[in-house]
Design a protein around this ligand. Structure first.
Ligand SMILES: [Zn+2]
Length: 248
């Protein structure tokens, strides 16, 4: 089976990572860049980054909404006039519907990140479809559209699942710049990593989730956004980056 493990090898050996994400079957020889056939981006509606010839970067925030970090992130995005994409979990949408509405009302885009964050390569077809459809319905009920954009938890997805998502007219989005913010990194560390690696078309991965030390990640936005805006970078949503509708 084509398993997709997006993190570099050293992280697989990080006990904290393995424990928190439940990976007991890690293949230590898989690392970022060698785990997947590159042809998948041609066969399916699938991308790791946006076009390199536009001065645009996409900020993406996974696993929300949560009652602490999501509002802080929204406040900062508003301050700097930046737009972003939030890949939400159905189970958190049910807990914090008002925050979902606020995300949409402030011009940001909502994507589907499954209902309960399973490791998709291990779930049945029926479970996979339900994880997406249940979350689609919750989002549509609150903000009026079924998301075009889908991000698999951990970036893990089998080829047949990618094919099904493409048939559903979804676009599956990975990332090109991982902040590793869930490790509790400082704002300084995250800022340096982003500034050293951001390019035109970068899709940056950050999180908003309960019980995860993400204050450094949120605070880093006060550095990352203005510093990149000084270089004439636009912060765009994924539909804007790919010239697609946010809905399907
Ligand atoms: Zn996630």
């Amino acid at each position: 089976m084509n398993y997709f493990y997006p993190y570099p090898t050293y992280l697989y050996n990080d006990l904290r990572y393995r424990k928190s994400y439940g990976y007991d079957d890690i293949n230590p020889f898989l690392s970022r860049g060698v785990w997947t056939p590159f042809t998948w981006v041609e066969k399916y509606h699938y991308a790791f980054s946006g076009p390199f010839d536009q001065a645009a970067i996409a900020l993406t925030f996974d696993d929300g909404p949560d009652p602490i970090f999501t509002p802080h992130i929204l406040d900062k995005l508003k301050t700097y006039g930046a737009q972003a994409t939030f890949f939400l979990l159905g189970e958190n949408i049910e807990k914090f519907p008002d925050i979902v509405k606020r995300i949409a009302a402030e011009g940001h885009v909502i994507g589907n990140h499954t209902y309960a964050h399973p490791n998709l390569p291990q779930v049945s077809d029926e479970d996979y479809h339900q994880q997406i459809q249940k979350t689609d319905a919750l989002i549509e009920q609150l903000v009026g559209y079924k998301p075009k954009f889908f991000r698999p938890p951990y970036g893990a997805i089998r080829e047949d699942q990618l094919q099904w998502a493409t048939e559903q007219n979804m676009m599956v989005i990975q990332w090109s710049l991982d902040t590793l913010d869930w490790q509790g990194l400082s704002a300084k560390h995250i800022t340096e990593a982003v500034m050293a690696n951001a390019l035109p078309g970068s899709i940056i991965l950050q999180h908003n989730a309960q019980g995860v030390p993400l204050q450094g990640s949120v605070d880093a936005l006060d550095q990352i956004i203005p510093q990149l805006q000084e270089k004439a970078t636009r912060f765009v949503t994924l539909p804007e980056m790919f010239h697609l509708d946010k809905a399907r």
